[in-house]
Ligand binder design. Structure first.
Ligand SMILES: *[C@@H]1O[C@H](CO)[C@@H](O)[C@H](O)[C@H]1NC(C)=O
Ligand SMILES: *[C@@H]1O[C@H](CO)[C@@H](O)[C@H](O)[C@H]1NC(C)=O
Ligand SMILES: *[C@@H]1O[C@H](CO)[C@@H](O)[C@H](O)[C@H]1NC(C)=O
Ligand SMILES: *[C@@H]1O[C@H](CO)[C@@H](O)[C@H](O)[C@H]1NC(C)=O
Ligand SMILES: *[C@@H]1O[C@H](CO)[C@@H](O)[C@H](O)[C@H]1NC(C)=O
Ligand SMILES: *[C@@H]1O[C@H](CO)[C@@H](O)[C@H](O)[C@H]1NC(C)=O
Length: 773
């Protein structure tokens, strides 16, 4: 990681902390029983639109124009104060006026968040829109107020407002939410008190604007050719409640054209769902000209060349003479799209390919083809900037085996060609060097099917060094599949754990190699990291960072007095999920751990969890690939029943094991519970209790009294979602991770309401957490 990335990581961690703390300030909300939620859900059910009038005293309906039912923000946030704009700044604008005239301000707290729970839930696209109008509410004539707007943990935009602005500001984003809860946050950056006047959340059903992994920021939404009443196409005229710009300056001089005829929106399968009034008007070049062009700067500051999408909206609104044809091409930033023609009163949308705005500009021209009888027209267009919001993981892929961020196409290809050659060269040099020194063995072959890189950081140790590091194998700290694990001290004072491969070990040489190779490649704060290894004939050892709190299995043992509390357990679940999610989705090819279990979850001094023991891991060339294997894998109690039956192994086998691990955390029971008549599987034990709704008997008795029941149910639901018998029914780790994070936030907010304080460093339990004070 270079300095910039590290900084970014720090900022993200910091934001997570702020966000969580904000959530807790908001505890009243989360702790509130579901009664309110139910009411709210019912009200939203029909519209898919939540419109919040921030700072309003009560709910109301805008009967005059839009029919929108505005809600006060009381149920969505519990911090801040209500204000109204000064009378001379009171807006009388149709459609918005009343909503803009009240606001909520946040004089206290670094970050304050609105908590939105749309009834459509997660894995949907939402259109979120925030309105700001300072309106001199404090009579202080501020000329420069600046604060940041965050979408969850992700920076969204910086709001800059001044008394000189007679109107208002709107910030919009289209986001695919992988969680049921959406947070919109205002962050005080020391340049004025954050405030907000209105907030819209709109469910986008089957819209073409959706993007699974990136957010869309609307930059221009233009209705061309003049307009017909109503003056704006606010909801419900526009089902997506877009706000259309009515006055767009195209580069060439144009004339307006319009029709009163009906445009067949319903009958068309155009999913952009433009209001008829937007399509009924258009522009065309002035007499004799054949081109319409437009240029817009979208790149600024630290994002000078963003990626973007353009949607061009057309409908033929002039009846042409028989035989006359209107045909044109679109050229967008030097890419030319196929010519097309229009049909009378039929909408047509052309969605551009994703491209990068070189020089920060979006430029297009729409030209008539040579054989066209008529000039081109354009009814409307939309420009969206694409933003990647990767979610708060400070240590994503650094290695060449992992997926790169999508960028320009040729650079990664060239880079990887170069790196492959460099790697080859390095490998050859290394092999020669090792041959010369008489200790070639770890040939970095691809027995795990990965393309490998050499990491000089993971140094090879000699056996003599190993003896000295462990002070002649003085202190045993554990016993793994390989053999015994010893405590060691490096010259620089670092403590390490040294795993020695015993001659009689169950796992063999191959697994040893697999583990070395994998750990050289994958790096993540929730995966145990390798310091080095020793590979001298019979003497083989792996040297790891030392994990002061041992493994999770031991921590959960019945007789353990230093018992993990509930929040620590949830944090461990989140950590482990993060590590596993990285193996599955952060690496190309994906890596299946195959032996996930509580004794493979190691804990640092601060109880940060890291996954260990990659000896059985396998990487698969294709993500969707499953793999039939006869090699036994896994540990009784954790083994995916589908794998047992079919030998069919994939990521979902790990998901199953993870579900069992969660059950262990919740119940404190091992996966195979010893009884009078042999062992009972933990799922067999849990199921009847779940059916009876008896959560109290499920929760580890040692946690009685400290667990919020809602939260425990949620955690259990997540666990059970991981363990259906067929793998296809199990969710992906990314979904599980999202759910667990929500669960943790819920727990922390209820703790706050009980205790009124929070230990921030424990939230993330990460060594990356910067100093907050
Ligand atoms: C704000 O501006 C008004 C009008 O110019 C002036 O009367 C008032 O004193 C100013 N208030 C402050 C706090 O500067
Ligand atoms: C985003 O998703 C698309 C398909 O939906 C995929 O092709 C692309 O690689 C993904 N990009 C990232 C950065 O994950
Ligand atoms: C076309 O309509 C726009 C928007 O109403 C208006 O500003 C412009 O003056 C009109 N142009 C002509 C040539 O009438
Ligand atoms: C529109 O473009 C013309 C010609 O480039 C320019 O003279 C005019 O000032 C522009 N108008 C606006 C509102 O930007
Ligand atoms: C479109 O027309 C404009 C104006 O005549 C011209 O400058 C431009 O090169 C044309 N674009 C294409 C792709 O033909
Ligand atoms: C847009 O993408 C499609 C699919 O990748 C490709 O076939 C087409 O040529 C692209 N169009 C342009 C103008 O680059």
């Amino acid at each position: 990681m270079d300095g910039g990335q590290i900084l970014l990581s720090y900022i993200k961690v910091w934001v997570v902390l702020l966000l969580l703390s904000a959530t807790f300030q908001n505890s009243k909300l989360a702790a509130k029983n579901t009664e309110q939620d139910k009411k709210r859900k019912l009200a939203e059910e029909n519209s898919g639109l939540i419109s919040i009038d921030c700072g309003a005293e009560e709910d109301y309906r805008d009967n005059e124009d839009t029919g929108i039912s505005y809600k006060t923000d009381k149920d969505f946030i519990s911090t801040g104060k209500n204000k109204v704009v000064a009378p001379e700044y009171s807006s009388t604008t149709r459609y918005y006026g009343k909503m803009l005239n009240s606001l909520r301000i946040f004089p206290e707290g670094k970050m304050n968040c609105y908590t939105l729970k749309p009834s459509q839930g997660k894995n949907q696209n939402y259109y979120v829109r925030a309105f700001f109008h300072y309106g001199n509410y404090d009579s202080k004539n501020h000329t420069q107020i600046k604060f940041d707007l965050y979408f969850g943990v992700n920076y969204w935009d910086t709001v800059k407002e001044t008394i000189e602005n007679k109107y208002w500001l709107t910030y919009e984003i289209i986001h695919y939410s992988v969680t049921d809860t959406i947070y919109v946050c205002l962050v005080n950056t020391g340049s004025g008190v954050p405030f907000i006047n209105g907030l819209d959340l709109l469910f986008l059903k089957d819209s073409p604007y959706g993007s699974m992994n990136r957010s869309l920021i609307p930059r221009v939404q233009a209705d061309l050719g003049g307009h017909q009443p109503p003056a704006t196409n606010r909801y419900p005229d526009d089902v997506y409640a877009r706000i259309w710009w009515l006055n767009i300056n195209l580069t060439d001089s144009v004339s307006n054209i319009s029709t009163k005829a009906n445009i067949d929106i319903q009958g068309s399968d155009n999913p952009c769902r433009l209001p008829v009034d937007v399509l009924r008007t258009a522009v065309q070049p002035r007499n004799g000209l054949n081109s319409l062009s437009y240029s817009y700067k979208i790149g600024y500051g630290d994002n000078p060349t963003p990626e973007f999408l353009v949607f061009f909206h057309f409908a033929e609104i002039e009846q042409s003479a028989p035989g006359e044809r209107r045909e044109f091409t679109i050229t967008l930033n030097d890419l030319e799209y196929e010519p097309f023609t229009l049909e009378y009163l039929k909408p047509l949308t052309i969605r551009s390919n994703l491209s990068r705005a070189q020089e920060g500009l979006v430029r297009f021209s729409i030209n008539a083809t040579l054989r066209s009888d008529l000039p081109p027209i354009l009814n409307a267009f939309e420009i969206f900037e694409l933003r990647s919001l990767l979610d708060g993981n400070p240590d994503l892929c650094k290695m060449n085996t992992c997926e790169k961020k999508q960028g320009s196409f040729s650079v990664p290809v060239i880079a990887s060609v170069i790196s492959v050659s460099v790697l080859l060269l390095l490998s050859i040099i290394t092999i020669f060097w090792r041959l010369k020194r008489g200790r070639l063995n770890v040939s970095l072959s691809s027995s795990v099917g990965l393309s490998l890189s050499l990491k000089s950081k993971n140094q090879p140790f000699t056996y003599t060094e190993i003896v000295s590091i462990t002070n002649n194998f003085q202190t045993i700290i554990g016993e793994g599949g390989f053999g015994k694990v010893y405590l060691g001290n490096l010259n620089d004072g670092r403590q390490v754990a040294v795993k020695l491969l015993s001659q009689s070990s169950r796992q063999g040489y191959k697994e040893f190699l697999a583990e070395v190779q994998l750990l050289m490649i994958v790096h993540h704060r929730n995966l145990v990291s390798l310091v080095g290894y020793c590979n001298e004939k019979e003497n083989m050892a792996l040297v790891y960072e030392y994990m002061a709190n041992g493994n999770l299995k031991d921590q959960l043992l019945e007789n353990n007095t230093n018992m993990l509390n509930w929040r620590a357990r949830l944090q461990i679940a989140v950590d482990a999920a993060q590590g596993l999610e990285y193996l599955h989705n952060g690496c190309r090819p994906p890596i299946v751990h195959r032996d996930l279990k509580s004794s493979n979850i190691l804990l640092t001094e601060n109880l940060q969890a890291k996954i260990a023991d990659f000896g059985l891991s396998k990487a698969f060339a294709n993500e969707g690939d499953s793999h039939v294997t006869t090699v036994p894998a896994g540990t009784p109690g954790y083994i995916d029943p589908e794998f047992r039956a079919s030998g069919n192994l994939n990521k979902k086998s790990d998901v199953y094991s993870f579900g069992i691990l969660l059950c262990e955390l919740i119940t404190g029971q091992p996966p195979l519970i010893r009884g009078h008549q042999g062992h009972t599987h933990i799922l067999q034990w849990v199921s009847p209790l779940v059916e009876r709704g008896d959560i109290q008997s499920i929760i580890d008795p040692r946690l009685q009294g400290e667990v919020n029941t809602n939260c425990a149910w949620k955690a259990l639901e997540i666990a059970l979602s991981c363990v259906p018998p067929t793998s296809i029914q199990r969710p992906d780790m990314s979904d599980i991770l999202g759910e667990l994070k929500e669960c943790l936030a819920m727990e922390m907010s209820s703790e706050i309401s009980m205790r009124g304080s929070v230990e921030m460093s424990l939230v993330l339990g990460t060594d990356m957490a910067p100093n907050l004070r």
